[in-house]
Design a protein around this ligand. Structure first.
Ligand code: SF4
Length: 492
């Protein structure tokens, strides 16, 4: 870099926020952008935020949007609108004190404007206050009279009445008092960020800041994976974050090198023993529990979607709405059939989901799931919403048998690396049932696929492809449960 001290860097609110998380993150963003790795979860969070912001605008039909990416023009347009008759302004763009901001909502009142930042979370977070303090400071520098600074976050008690009526979706939290002192720190934040950008790459070690408030997109650069695939770092200890950190401090990089006396927890000792011996352990008790259960046996799994903005009348923000189930039915030992339900994505999936599920699981026999709280909660919610279906749903709930605690208590294989999730257990029992050849290979991908099916602009061919991929994925999950149950039973 030539004579870096003379360079002044353009700063926006988002750059200051990056600097507040980690000075190195801002430096890398500006000077080494090619190192950034944007993963799907970052993008999904960004898309949700954008959609929620647009919805907030729709609640003020008389508002004016300061559109476009030409920020100089946006600043000028904002001044023009502010000089005219007072009305709500979306994306008002202000520049003052060396900083540029865009305000989500500026809502006029008698003495000025309420400045509102719209968030897709369901409460006010600490970093929202930093955000609001910067916005408010710039508005103050620009001589814009603010009567309040607010965070509009999603109210998770809101029940969507349907008909595109989203009045009440947001809770407006006035944070003016909370940020009044913080605002005075903004000039220092700007100065610090400028100094960071004018200097060399900051020497900052990875730490808690790398995941808070958001996962850093430069972690691949700062913490490259150096351990070989066949190592067993202390972090494989289940629920052992603190223990693993202690062991790291003591210099252990592989669990197998840790003396057993160092591990007080019996489950940690079991994982250590099996990892070191490279021999899986299956307690015959797992098989005895399963062998005692009658036929027919049902193996079920649900997929759900939880949109921030409710889509169907009677649902709440972020509510888990079931849209798909798969069921393998074992009528007698080894005689298995399969059935499934997948919503069309055009109407509320809940009632057809519940009715078809009730029919599939019949009236008798164990209903196997893997991690029962999830399926049980969805069935209870459906029973509450459809009282006429409640007796049948509650009867099915009473028949649930959870394979997860059986696996957790009685089975472990070194390759599970401290996890008893179905995706960790399955390859150790039925490697032929891998997920990596599936187009939809996990719950997050299933949500994305169904969201795409729901989208009105998705073409029919694409919709069909996603539909088929979802069916295959959910079927794989319940077939996996069949294979796990059979494997346990074979060890009885
Ligand atoms: S990974 Fe961590 S240390 Fe590296 S830039 Fe990001 S926050 Fe900073």
């Amino acid at each position: 870099m030539n004579n870096p001290q003379k360079i002044r860097f353009g700063l926006s609110k988002s750059r200051i926020l990056l600097h507040r998380q980690c000075p190195k993150r801002l430096w890398l963003k500006v000077h080494r952008p090619e190192l950034e790795e944007v993963d799907d979860s970052n993008q999904a969070r960004f898309d949700t935020g954008t959609y929620v912001g647009e919805l907030a605008q729709q609640l003020y039909p008389d508002g004016v949007l300061i559109a476009g990416d030409n920020l100089g023009q946006a600043v000028a347009d904002t001044q023009t609108v502010l000089a005219g008759e007072k009305r709500p302004i979306f994306e008002a763009t202000l520049q003052a004190g060396g900083l540029l901001i865009r305000a989500d909502l500026m809502l006029p009142d008698q003495d000025g404007y309420r400045m509102v930042e719209v968030k897709s979370s369901t409460s006010v977070k600490g970093y929202h206050l930093t955000d609001a303090a910067i916005q408010s400071w710039v508005a103050q520098q620009a001589d814009l009279p603010l009567t309040s600074v607010e965070i509009a976050h999603i109210d998770n008690t809101f029940v969507y009445p349907g008909g595109d009526d989203y009045q009440g979706l947001f809770h407006y939290a006035d944070v003016s008092e909370q940020i009044s002192d913080m605002k005075n720190e903004v000039p220092d934040w700007i100065k610090d960020a400028q100094e960071t950008l004018s200097g060399e790459e900051p020497c900052i070690a990875s730490g808690d800041q790398c995941s808070s408030p958001f996962p850093c997109s430069f972690s691949g650069y700062c913490s490259p994976k150096t351990e070989p695939e066949d190592s067993f770092p202390p972090e494989v200890l289940p629920y052992g974050k603190t223990m693993a950190a202690t062991l790291r401090v003591e210099g252990y990089t592989d669990l197998r090198d840790v003396p057993i006396e160092r591990l007080g927890n019996l489950n940690h000792q079991r994982v250590w023993r099996i990892t070191k011996s490279e021999q899986a352990e299956l307690n015959p008790e797992a098989g005895r529990v399963i062998a005692a259960l009658p036929y027919p046996r049902y193996y079920i799994d649900f997929e759900t979607i939880n949109p921030a903005v409710p889509v169907w009348a009677g649902t709440r923000p972020y509510m888990q709405v079931p849209f798909q189930w798969s069921c393998h039915i074992e009528t007698t030992k080894g005689v298995i059939t399969h059935c499934a339900f997948l919503a069309d994505g055009q109407s509320d999936p809940r009632r057809p989901f519940a009715e078809s599920l009730i029919e599939a699981v019949g009236a008798n026999g164990p209903v196997f799931v893997y991690n029962a709280p999830f399926e049980r909660s969805r069935m209870q919610e459906l029973a509450e919403y459809y009282p006429d279906l409640a007796p049948a749903l509650e009867a099915a709930i009473d028949r649930i048998v959870d394979l997860l605690p059986i696996a957790r208590e009685h089975y472990y294989h070194p390759d599970m690396r401290g996890s008893w999730s179905i995706k960790a257990v399955l390859p150790t029992i039925a490697p032929d049932l891998a997920y990596d050849n599936l187009e939809v290979a996990n719950g997050g991908m299933a949500q994305d696929a169904f969201a795409e099916i729901m989208h009105p602009e998705t073409l029919p061919e694409r919709r069909q492809k996603l539909h088929d991929a979802l069916l295959l994925y959910c079927e794989r999950d319940t077939l996996a449960m069949v294979r796990i149950a059979h494997y346990f039973e074979s060890g009885a």
